[in-house]
Design a protein around this ligand. Sequence first.
Ligand SMILES: [Zn+2]
Length: 254
Amino acid sequence: MSDRRPHKFPTFSSPDEQRTHMKQRMAAAFRLFDRFGFNEGVAGHLTGRDPEHPELFWVNPFGLSFGLIRASDLILVDHEGKVVEGDWPVNPAAFAIHSQIHAARPDVNAAAHTHSHYGRAFSTLGRRLDPLTQDACAFYDDHAVFDDYTGVVLDVEEGKRIAHALGDNKAAILRNHGLLTVGTTVDAAAWWYITMERTCHVQLMAEAAAGDPILIDDECASLTASQVGSEPAGWLSFQPLYDKIVADQPDLLD
Ligand SMILES: [Zn+2]
């Protein structure tokens, strides 16, 4: 890479510039989700709130592989689920869930959900993650369980109930379904997703080892959460992944 300067949180001189930046971050997140194996057929979505029209959001085209998505492939969807920019359809579940989260949480500019393996496996337990490791503390007292699986989410009323369960947390475990994470930036939402999936993996392995994993105590977990679980920490953690995927797959920026 030619640009090896330290990362700085971006500022923008126009909504156009901010939109382009956000869409490139989204395309990079999809390529990373593909690299990490978060694909499951046509399932999974990541949304980004439009910087100029906050009631509209950008999302992946329904049926296009995460591994092929470029910034210019993303489609723009309105509050009724109509595609207002782009030729592809929107996944009805993406609209039902994400529209309600973006509506309920003005602070949330991005939301991610896929059917990744370890999140899906952990979701069947119907409980929250324990503070077993430093990384797990990013979710300490900051994630919820939506424990009422009723089939594929196609109804905005179901999306409303998921948004309600999410509350003001950064993530939710959708029981018998998978993980959902949100952020003030695409970078943070994508990072929370990646690290939450790995956190599920680690907890499943630790518990499968037939031992009795030692929990971090409440006071230390709270302190660690403030260190690794903040939005700036989530944003920063995504930057090395972004740099690498852009270096490997520069067409994602198109
Ligand atoms: Zn799903």
